[in-house]
Ligand binder design. Sequence first.
Ligand code: SAM
Length: 280
Amino acid sequence: MAGILYLVPTPIGNLGDLSTRIIETLSAVDFIAAEDTRVSVKILNHLGLKKPMVSYYRHNTETAGPQVLQRLLSGESCALITDAGTPAISDPGEDLVALCAEHDVTVVGIPGPCALVTALAVSGLPTGRFTFEGFLPMNKKNRREHLDSLKQERRTMIFYEAPHKLVSTLGDLAELFGGERRISLCRELTKLHEEIRRTTLADALGHYRETPPKGEFVLVVEGETRQEETPVLTLEEAVERVRRLYAAGRPMKDAAKEVAADTGFQKKELYRLAVQEASN
Ligand code: SAM
C-alpha cells in the first residue's frame, strides 16, 4: 500500500508555533523532503529528532518529485517541509501534490503557520472575500499585465514582497489604485519586531522611501470600494424591469421595492404602473 505525503507547516518566526500534531508527524514519517535541509535540520535539532532528509526545492522538482513519489508508492511516508510556513503556498510543493494526486497517493495537509492568513486576519481590512496574489512577477511586461488585471478587483488583495523591492511595488500599487487606497503592511509576523502598519498607499510609500524597509512583509491591500455607477433608467425602463422580475416569479411589491432602491423612482409609482401594464 502506498504511503502518505504530509504537508507540514513550519514556524514563520516563532518556534512556539510548532504544534503537537506537527511534532508528532515529523517524528512518525519515514523521511522528510525539505526545501533547504540546512534550515530544516535546525528545527529537527530543536525537537531532538533525527530523520533521513532529501532536498526538494524550486529548481529540482522535476527530478526530486518522481524520486519522492517512488518512495511513497513503495509504502514509505514523507513529510514535506519548506523554509517557513505552509508548503505549496508560494513555496515548492504544488507540483509534488499534483504528482501525488495523479498517482492516487494520499496527501494530508496539517494546518499551521501561514503568513498570508495571519496577515489577512490582523489587517483590519475586509476578510470575507480576498485574493492571494503571491509575489508579483519580476518581468516588467508580466508585472504590468498582472497589475492591470487587478484594476477593478473588489476583494481584499494579499501580496508577498521582499524588502528590497517593497518601495517599487508600493509605487506601482499607488499608481494603479491611487494613493488613498488603504493598505496594511504586516512585517516580521510572529517575531520579536512584529509590526502592523495600517495606512494608505501614499503614506506607506513616503514612509519606506525615508526609512529603508527591513524584514519580511505581507501587503494586504483594500479592494475597490467605489460603487459602480448605477445606469440611469427612464421610468418606462424601470417599470419594464419590475415587470420582468414579476414574470420571473417575484411578488410585484418586492420587485417594485428593489427597482425603486436601484433607480430612485417611487416604489408606489412603479408598482401602480407595473400592475396597470400587467392588466392590459
Ligand atoms: N509558504 C509560506 C507561507 O505559508 O506563508 C510563504 C513562503 S514565501 C517563499 C516567503 C514570503 O512569505 C516572504 O517573502 C514574505 O512575503 C512572507 N513571509 C514569510 N514569513 C513572514 C513573516 N514572519 N512576516 C511577514 N511575512 C512573512
